[in-house]
Design a binder for this molecule. Structure first.
Ligand code: CA
Length: 221
């Protein structure tokens, strides 16, 4: 397991590097956002939000432009986080300083497990009434035109379409797409559903089931 640690504070980084290495992780430590964006080939990124050169949001977006690697935001204060925007940029989870080492490794295991679940091939593509989802490339097209989705929107669509017609509760969806310890409000889910409906151009494809959750209403081809 290769960890990219992005942290400018020596006092925090050193014990983390040491602790992670003791647990068998391979750690690359960089101190700036620019170096973080330039790094490649890691299984998880631990990203300090307060970096000297570039905003955490910019770093997250920069990494996301070329990689689906799970990103855990590390922050000193929970109110520092603009939750919805970090989600939209594709961060997977966050942890607030000071945190226990055990908690950190649990989060790392959770996000990397979800990422490897995602890469299990479930059949390369599925199609519903002109909507084509390619699980290999994570590309979604509608009548041949690509629909640009954020990583979370893709995961949400993937979750909803895994069992077409099934009604999924909000909790089930949040657990599958985010984390069982997800800190965000369920409003996060509604925001993503709304944006997904808009992008799919066919609001009826995802039905709201009042008091329960959502249902994908497309017909499997
Ligand atoms: Ca910092």
């Amino acid at each position: 397991m290769r960890v990219l640690l992005v942290e400018d504070d020596l006092g925090i980084a050193e014990p983390l590097v040491e602790g992670l290495q003791r647990q068998g992780y391979e750690v690359t430590w960089v101190r700036s956002g620019r170096d973080a964006i330039a790094e490649r080939n890691h299984d998880v990124v631990l990203l300090d939000l307060g970096l000297p050169d570039v905003d955490g949001e910019v770093v997250t977006a920069g990494i996301r432009e070329r990689s689906d690697v799970p990103i855990i935001i590390v922050t000193a204060r929970s109110d520092e986080i603009d939750r919805v925007s970090l989600l939209d940029l594709g961060a997977d989870d966050y942890i607030v300083k000071p945190f226990g080492f055990r908690e950190l490794t649990a989060r790392i295991r959770a996000v990397t497990r979800r990422a490897s679940d995602r890469s299990v091939t479930r059949g390369d593509t599925v199609e519903f009434d002109g909507l084509l989802i390619d699980h290999r490339t994570r590309i979604v097209t509608f009548n041949g035109s690509e629909i640009p989705l954020t990583p979370k929107e893709y995961d949400l669509l993937d979750c909803l379409t895994a069992d077409p017609g099934a009604v999924l509760s909000r909790d089930e969806i949040l657990r599958a797409v985010w984390d069982e310890n997800w800190w965000g409000s369920t409003k996060t889910l509604d925001v993503h559903i709304a944006s997904l409906r808009k992008k799919l151009g066919s609001p009826d494809l995802i039905r709201t089931v009042r008091g329960v959750g959502y249902q994908f209403a497309g017909t499997d081809q």
